[in-house]
Design a protein around this ligand. Structure first.
Ligand SMILES: Cc1cc2nc3c(=O)[nH]c(=O)nc-3n(C[C@H](O)[C@H](O)[C@H](O)COP(=O)(O)OP(=O)(O)OC[C@H]3O[C@@H](n4cnc5c(N)ncnc54)[C@H](O)[C@@H]3O)c2cc1C
Length: 635
């Protein structure tokens, strides 16, 4: 407990806590309902040190619904680029538990961050507030074999979903480089693979259910609450908690792939002559120093499976050799072109047109080994701008600042490679996510400037390389991949490339989460206007400080915008009897929302006595009488 108290002092910069911490024991699942305080004799799953108000608010919720929270969780991104310590880390197992978390957070004036598997390498998922993880909310709810759709709980990982789908002869239509992500997390950031026949993963979402800030569960689709649907297709965690996803699958199949190392002039010559259109899946790795590229192509096949002849850095020797070479290059950066030649020669062949081929299941063969911790800075630009952009970047990396037109010095600068080059095609597709990184009228080209962090050390070239890269991308009105490590993007720039779509996203967002329960500093820095134009929301979390860690990466520390105000508990200040007053506000806002028109049967509110008044009002509106978690489970 002492540790927790010290942490509070640390993050809020005050000399002592102004409340006496309360030790709460949360109940085991299936604990018998009881009216008295939940500490007592119930078996404990964790001890929480929280302000006294927390115990009072917990008592006001249904004791039969567990609150599975712990306080020792240290969150970090996959790449260990960011770390943060949430006040509570909560892993619900049912919809009722998720709704209870939202109700408690609202009454306690806390921000909620929903995290998948933290594969987004930025500070997007960092919080000192409440972190919700749906790893225990991952069931397959329904498989429609005829319609080839699967309805799943949103925490399911792509890998598990595809494994289950295999039992029904189905698979996901496309994948990015990995399948470890949660489905909700992957769609939330516009995750994509590389294919002219496919778009973002979000494109395959048929419908969604979201728990909103007032505890309602709302379903949306192309025809039902379409504005909410467009916002939810790429939501950056800022809209609510996605709990269920109906996803369009395709028939499972094998793919045959080939990868060939080629001079970049040949690849550029093929750019408009079938490079991207001959095969269902194509991706390119661009090696600027060698002036070569690896072209990887795959098509569906019924041939027998066959493993690739070799995979140098897939083995132990290659993996560790490459890692050590990258680490040496931290101190001798001019070594990097030689590393590029050696490593990719060993991996793909030293001679032009060396080809490797293999056949396997689509769900595994589309994946690749992402090797080590890394920064990734990926942007989309129109596909036809690709040859010019890649040529300019290559010239710049060769020190030709003049012909590159990129106004940043290249002196002493060497970078890791390759640059990942991929496509997505969503032309004419409707409805589109408001925050779609691809384009309605042209295929999108994604350029990903990867920089490894050997043994978790940041590479010295990062700042200048990314400045130059982002300058180039902005010249083509590029759109940054939401999950990744872009550094010079704000609301003004995003407005210029997203136009009214960004304002529409914020309009919908603000309507369903008027107190900013799902907003943090990342959102303020990127998608939201400045505080002058859009004042800070009551629950919006601010960044307080970030500190370098000795072991690499950054500690991110935030605080809630207003609940902690100069050391005075917000409840005392507001002279409020209970956080329940915030429920009435949330309920009234929901009732007035125009987003749910025609969706009454799918609007559900928190199913306990706590929300009785709100529930009553919603019931009048719907005339349906179907409320609460149990109804949700049956629908
Ligand atoms: C090794 C590696 C390879 C990658 N390859 C690719 C690739 O090929 N293509 C590509 O496009 N991207 C790629 N990515 C990026 C990755 O797909 C995204 O970062 C994705 O969002 C990660 O999913 P996650 O489950 O880890 O989500 P997190 O990173 O945990 O969260 C991402 C966002 O989703 C929100 N979120 C999560 N769950 C929910 C929920 N239930 N409801 C509402 N919001 C939610 C979070 O709040 C956050 O805003 C890669 C990342 C890594 C580390």
């Amino acid at each position: 407990m002492t540790v927790v108290i010290a942490f509070r002092v640390n993050i809020r910069g005050v000399s002592s806590t102004s409340y006496r911490p309360l030790h709460i024991s949360t109940p085991t699942p299936k604990a018998p309902p009881r009216k008295s305080h939940q500490t007592s004799e119930m078996a404990q799953i964790s001890n929480l040190t929280m302000p006294p108000r927390f115990g009072i608010e917990l008592d006001r919720t249904d004791p039969g619904v567990p609150f599975r929270a712990s306080q020792s969780h240290i969150h970090h991104t996959w790449a260990r680029t960011f770390h943060s310590r949430p006040e509570l880390y909560i892993r619900p197992q049912s919809l009722a538990e998720i709704q209870k978390v939202v109700t408690l957070a609202r009454r306690m004036r806390r921000r909620i961050v929903t995290v998948g598997c933290a594969h987004s390498p930025s500070d997007l998922t960092c919080t000192s507030g409440w972190m919700l993880n749906l790893d225990d909310f991952k069931e397959v709810l329904k498989v429609d074999e005829k319609g080839q759709t699967m309805t799943v709980q949103a925490g399911i990982r792509l890998h598990d979903m595809n494994l289950k789908a295999k039992e029904y002869g189905l698979t996901m239509p496309n994948l990015g480089s990995i399948d470890e992500q949660s489905l909700a997390g992957a769609i939330a950031t516009a995750t994509h693979g590389s294919s002219m026949d496919h778009g973002l993963l979000s494109d395959r979402v048929q419908s969604l259910r979201i728990v909103l800030a007032n505890g309602q569960v709302v379903k949306c689709s192309a025809t039902q609450s379409p504005d909410l649907f467009r916002a939810a297709l790429v939501s950056l965690g800022a809209l609510g908690i996605i709990v269920e996803i109906e996803f369009q699958m395709v028939e499972a199949s094998s793919v045959e792939w080939t990868q060939t190392i080629r001079p970049i002039e040949d690849v550029l010559a093929d750019w408009n002559n079938g490079l991207w259109t001959t095969n269902e899946f194509t991706r390119v790795w661009w090696m600027p120093y060698m002036k070569r590229a690896i072209v990887w192509r795959a098509n569906k096949t019924t041939k027998a499976h066959m493993k690739p002849a070799y995979n140098w850095y897939g083995g132990n020797v290659g993996f560790h050799t490459y890692h050590i070479l990258l680490w040496i290059s931290q101190y001798v950066p001019r070594f990097l072109p030689t590393v590029e030649w050696f490593v990719f020669g060993m991996q793909y062949g030293f001679k032009d047109n060396t080809t490797i081929t293999a056949i396997g299941e689509q769900r595994t063969e589309l994946l690749m080994n992402c090797l080590y911790s890394q920064f990734v800075n990926e942007w989309s630009i129109p596909l036809d701008k690709g040859p010019e952009a890649l040529t300019r970047l290559t010239n710049w990396l060769h020190g030709d600042e003049h012909s590159s037109g990129i106004p940043f010095s290249t002196k002493g600068l060497y970078v890791h490679s390759p640059i990942e080059v991929r496509v997505a095609n969503t032309q004419g597709r409707e409805p589109r996510p408001y925050l779609d990184t691809s384009y309605p009228d042209t295929p999108a080209l994604y350029l990903n400037a990867t920089l490894y962090r050997p043994y978790n050390q940041d590479p010295p070239c990062r700042e200048r390389y990314y400045q130059a890269f982002e300058h180039l991308m902005k010249e083509y009105n590029g759109r940054p991949h939401w999950a990744k490590n872009f550094q010079s993007v704000d609301h003004a720039y995003l407005s210029s490339v997203y136009g009214s779509d960004l304002e529409d996203f914020n309009r919908v967002r603000n309507e369903v989460d008027p107190e900013g329960m799902f907003l943090g500093a990342w959102h303020r820095r990127t998608i939201l206007p400045s505080k002058t134009d859009m004042p800070i929301f009551p629950l919006e979390e601010k960044e307080v400080v970030r500190k370098d860690r000795r072991s690499g990466g950054v500690d991110w520390i935030g605080e809630q915008a207003r609940w902690w105000d100069g050391g005075v508990d917000v409840f005392e200040k507001a002279d409020s009897e209970s956080g329940e007053s915030f429920d009435l506000m949330a309920g009234a806002e929901a009732e007035n929302s125009v987003l749910f028109e025609g969706a009454d049967r799918d609007v559900e509110v928190f199913g306990t006595e706590d929300m009785g008044e709100v529930r009553g009002r919603m019931r009048e509106g719907t005339g349906e009488g179907l409320f609460g978690a149990s109804v949700f489970e049956k629908m």
